[in-house]
Ligand binder design. Structure first.
Ligand code: NDP
Length: 286
């Protein structure tokens, strides 16, 4: 028999998670602030509880997937949590996760925090994963159930770690989105089909993403000048080409300029022989 569980929050993500558990045969109790939004899951066999308190009382394992940390506080206000294992998949900051964990422990519950690295259509399919941190016993005990909607990565006992890594991954993603946005803008006034740029950009970005391993190694050793193939001085010299091309195309440099400014500052500080990884030290010194 599959472990029964409760799901608080049947928005886009909660509904995708719930579907995966139902499809795998887990008895599922659901609650949502707007009750109509549980219909998709009750049609597939979930039981809707009349209140969050009733939903929490139904099962020891309670997965929470609400908009933000404030909604978690609002939904669970006054609800009896003693003896529950709360798995909080609501996105928040590391401090939110630590405070919510202490809040749960004060109420006699154990909390595992999670950061979902997927969009709803990816849930239940390969590639989706959830970063977890907090109570290791909760992760061990429920790992088979947690592995149903997405892969699992346990980051450590500090409840803030999953949120920190989640935001680190999202931050890397937004840097990539910024670059992609600028790249497409550069096609202004040309006959280049956007799809032709995409066909070049995707393999290029995939090839460049591996540079993160080099950055990791340089941060470990503390030596940003080892095995450098594109030193900072050369890259700063080349950055003028990027800025002038944007000017020629009539495209704003507002996404590109902040990063190029950091490169110039690091060079001015005397680090021209370094890899771009040295910029991490510059950001940390602020
Ligand atoms: P939705 O906007 O679809 O759903 C939000 C949910 O939060 C609804 O159940 C909503 O209830 C509930 N809610 C909002 N405010 C309150 C409140 N004050 N009290 C009680 N319940 C409240 O968002 P998602 O399902 O997409 O996102 C849920 C979580 O998953 C978020 O933390 C998000 O960051 C995370 N996530 C989402 C991803 C995505 O691509 N969608 C990707 C990765 C993480 P109601 O129906 O009543 O409004």
């Amino acid at each position: 028999p599959r472990t029964p569980l409760t799901l608080l929050g049947t928005g886009a993500m909660g509904t995708a998670l719930g579907r995966a558990w139902l499809a795998a045969g887990h008895p599922l109790t659901v609650w949502n602030r707007t009750p109509e939004r549980t219909a998709a899951l009750t049609a597939e066999g979930a039981v809707a509880a009349a209140s969050a308190a009733e939903a929490v009382a139904a099962n020891r394992l309670v997965v929470v997937c609400l908009l933000d940390d404030a909604s978690v506080g609002a939904a669970l206000e006054g609800v009896e949590l003693a003896g529950r294992d709360l798995v909080n998949l609501t996105t928040g900051t590391p401090a939110d996760a630590r405070a919510r964990s202490a809040w749960a422990e004060e109420r006699g519950a154990r909390l595992l925090d999670g950061g979902i690295m997927a969009v709803p259509p990816m849930i239940g399919a390969p590639g989706a994963f959830v970063l977890y941190s907090g109570r290791p016993e909760v992760f061990e005990e429920h790992r088979d159930t947690l592995a149903v909607p997405a892969g699992t990565e346990y980051a450590g006992a500090d409840p803030g770690l999953a949120a920190l890594l989640d935001v680190a991954l999202l931050s890397g993603m937004y840097g990539m989105f910024a670059g992609i946005t600028h790249a497409f803008a550069l096609l202004r006034g040309t006959d280049v089909a956007p799809k032709d740029l995409a066909a070049l950009l995707v393999p290029w970005l995939n090839a460049m993403a591996g540079s993160a391993h080099g950055t990791a190694e340089r941060l470990r050793s503390g030596d940003h000048t080892s095995a450098v193939v594109s030193n900072l001085a050369m890259q700063v010299a080349g950055s003028g080409t990027l800025l002038r091309t944007a000017a020629e195309q009539g495209v704003s440099t507002e996404l590109l300029a902040p990063f190029l400014d950091l490169m110039r500052r690091r060079l001015a500080d005397g680090h021209g022989e370094e890899d771009i990884s040295g910029l991490v030290e510059l950001l940390r010194s602020r």
